[in-house]
Write a protein that binds this ligand. Sequence first.
Ligand code: SAH
Length: 194
Amino acid sequence: GIKNNKILDAMCNTPRHIFMDEALSSRAYEDVALPIGYNQTISQPYIVARMTELLLEFGRLEKVLEIGTGCGYQTAILAQLVDHVYSIERIWPLQRKAKSHLWDLKLKNVSFLHGDGILGWPKHAPYDGILVSAAPSEVPDTLLQQMALGGVMIVPVGKAGNQRLQRVIRIQGGFEVEELEPVSFVPFLPGTEM
Ligand code: SAH
């Protein structure tokens, strides 16, 4: 169902097995989410492609903020399609691994922050795009405030078993919200872990 050829090319060019433990690498090319340790998962490839397609539907983006780097797979796809990715992860060892995977793939247009994504990354705001890979119960206001006019945010919203993908667009004087398909993401958690 993915129609954007640039996204399909980026997915074809990105080895997924390098982002996971060797014990699971034989399953890396199945279209499923898989564990990456620390109670987290690498997203299902279809969902990575779908969120990227929704994010880029209105054209190329310059600055994209990603919340929930995880192992860095979604980050690697984004880095091939936008000018610069700013990526925040709350679990330090995951962020460290993600950095080394992106380095191995020679994707250098990514900046990493170990922090709580609820705060966004004000230093580089406003962003043309924000992609959130963990599900908050509602869209954090701080992130809405860091969107540029015309900016797009893709975010799964709601509790386990009752989540939907939303696309939020910042318009003059407010926000437009589209409710999309049901999804299943790990929860958006507060604070950081070392
Ligand atoms: N994008 C990843 C998916 C990782 S799973 C991929 O391509 O596979 C979601 C990630 O969001 C986890 O690593 C989790 O630690 C992180 N996360 C959850 N709440 C967060 C928060 N408040 N700030 C930053 N990262 C968060």
